[in-house]
Design a protein around this ligand. Structure first.
Ligand code: FAD
Ligand code: KPC
Length: 519
């Protein structure tokens, strides 16, 4: 083991150590940061130092407790900086940037990208180099600012409800918090052993060739759509194959239609309902084509690049086998609203406990477990939360879609931009940060926004935004909507014009009328 408890490494030194260990793989000795002078028993072992484990440990430490994190990777922060949120945002930034450049190819200062493909391998390698920064920061912040103790770089082995082994060394605590995350679901058997088949993790870890002109994505959820838009924006013909229609998770049909139309304009072809029934490989073992079955009959598409966005499966097998924790049908560890599993003293958090698999849930679950371990009666159940995904745009939403609202309320009012326009003419709205060029030169690409309102109580029921820069706003809007925010209260706020979503001024334009009308 390498004792780093007195090392006080800078981010630069952490970056070097992490990179060296990632290159060595499993051969590296664990990095051990345990304060030698502290003889207190650990209050909790956190198995997994991703968002759930790290935030849980930090909170427990802040409350005066003593946590120990064990993670198989040489860095803290888990999947997010390594192969999930951070690369997803890099690739989505690339998709947005390239859509802008392709739309205005040859105009103003834009280079002519028509018919050109940009290197996916270069972008993935750029991310691989860049992720060292977030990795290093996670360890620096955890060690120096949050004073966390940890053992990194080797897997932990569950022994019982109080003990975990790393190699020969056994660590014990009063409680155990399972935070081992989830992994990508494979395509059942037909792609086994074939090269050129990727998921979000292997794409960034293993891509080592320049994919050809066609990309096939399987799936219809967030990861499938986000990565499909990235592949498409690089100039590749991209097919999205799924049993379900895309974006079913987004609860407003008009917003879905806007997004799908824009993706199709960018050249994405949606094939559904359909599934991949076989994959062929070439002499080198790399995929060279897939056969699809579906409502339009069998179809073969030649490709050397298949991406699976089939959702994730919780890493719950060992906890179930060794500790006997109860699982749900999807393999997630069953917890109550204090994050307690079926085994006393054992908690579980994050992707391991199922949907929604999002950072806020992992982090809040971790802090909830920590507070209970430290004697508080803290409860957490994710509900009424805002949500987002990327296409070539950033898409945010909360609450009810228009159809859902009409099922429940008799007087639904809608405010949106752009307005419905019978002759199809598009106006330069919405206009705001990062869509101004679209608004001026190609207004139909400048976005879409919609508020769904109960006209009787004047309360906001739902909000949808396609554009850029509204994610922050939706974080703060969600609790206000939950607490009954009305059109009148929204119209009283101060907009920072040109604001990405026009909700404040649209509400103010109507707030004076006793009978609300759509706008
Ligand atoms: P993880 O972060 O996966 O942490 C689990 C940790 O457990 C890992 O560090 C792992 O090494 C460790 N571990 C597992 N087994 C062992 C063992 N036996 N011994 C030791 N350590 C072990 N969410 C968002 O909110 N915003 C986004 O933009 C976003 N983008 C995403 C993009 C993609 C492609 C994906 C797949 C997910 C995305 N998510 C996003 C979801 C988010 O990444 C997860 O919800 C979050 O990372 C879950 O945190 P966690 O702590 O539960 O698991
Ligand atoms: C570097 C960064 O902010 C992205 S990774 C976050 C992981 S954690 O703070 O542990 O939730």
């Amino acid at each position: 083991m390498v004792d780093v408890s007195e090392a006080h490494w800078s981010t630069k030194r952490w970056a070097e150590a992490i990179e060296a260990r990632l290159t060595e793989g499993a051969a590296g000795d664990p990095l051990v940061n345990i304060r030698r002078g502290d003889t207190r028993e650990f209050d909790a072992l956190f198995l997994g130092g991703g968002a759930g484990g790290r935030f849980g440990a930090a909170y427990l430490r802040a409350m005066g407790g003593r946590p120990l994190i064990i993670d198989r990777w040489p860095f803290l922060g888990g999947s997010c900086p390594h192969h999930a949120c951070v690369p997803h945002h890099v690739f989505s930034d690339v998709a947005a940037q390239l859509m802008l450049e392709r739309t205005f190819s040859g105009k103003l200062w834009f280079q002519d990208l028509r018919g050109k493909t940009v290197s996916m391998l270069d972008i993935v390698e750029m991310f691989r180099r860049g992720r060292t920064g977030p990795h290093a920061f996670m360890n620096y912040q955890s060690a120096e600012q949050l004073e966390l103790e940890f053992v990194l770089g080797q897997p932990g082995r569950l022994l019982d409800a109080r003990s975990v082994a790393v190699g020969e060394q056994v660590y014990r605590a009063r409680n155990l918090v399972l935070a081992t995350g989830a992994r990508a679901r494979p395509l059942p058997s037909i792609a086994d052993g074939i090269g050129g088949v990727f998921n979000y993790a292997t794409l960034v870890d293993a891509l080592n060739y320049e994919p050809g002109p066609t990309a096939i994505v399987v799936g219809s959820g967030k990861t499938a759509i986000e990565y499909a838009c990235f592949f498409n924006a690089t100039g590749r013909k991209t097919f999205v194959v799924s049993r379900q229609p895309p974006l079913a998770l987004l609860p407003d049909a008009e917003t879905r239609r806007f997004l799908i139309a824009r993706m199709e304009e960018q050249g994405i072809e949606f094939v559904n309902p359909a599934e991949v029934v076989s994959c062929e490989d070439d002499a080198s073992g790399r995929i060279r084509g897939v056969t699809l079955s579906g409502s339009q009959g069998p179809r073969r598409i030649a490709t050397d690049f298949l991406f699976l966005g089939l959702g994730e499966r919780p890493n719950s097998e060992e906890a179930h086998a060794v500790l006997g924790v109860d699982l749900d049908d999807d393999g997630s560890v069953r917890v109550d609203d204090r994050m307690r599993t079926s085994v006393p003293g054992v908690y579980a958090v994050g992707d391991l406990v199922g949907r929604p698999m999002e950072m806020f849930k992992a982090r809040k679950g971790g802090t909830c477990a920590a507070r209970n371990i430290m004697g508080e009666d803290a409860r957490y159940q994710p509900r009424d939360y805002p949500d987002f995904l990327h296409t070539h745009y950033e898409v945010c939403w909360l609450g009810l879609g228009e159809e859902q609202a009409r099922e429940r309320y008799s007087n639904v009012v809608v405010m949106k931009l752009p307005p419905d326009n019978p002759d199809g003419h598009t106006v330069a709205l919405p206009a705001g940060d990062r869509v101004m060029l679209y608004a001026m030169m190609k207004p139909e690409l400048s976005g879409f926004q919609k508020l769904v309102i109960d006209g009787d109580s004047r309360r906001i029921l739902g909000a949808f935004h396609v554009g850029y820069g509204a994610k922050d706003g939706f974080q703060y809007l969600a609790p206000m909507v939950r607490n009954g925010l009305t059109v009148d209260e929204l119209g009283e706020m101060d907009e920072l014009f040109l604001n990405p979503s026009y909700f404040i001024q649209l509400c103010r334009l109507r707030a004076g009328s006793r009978t609300l009308r759509s706008l």
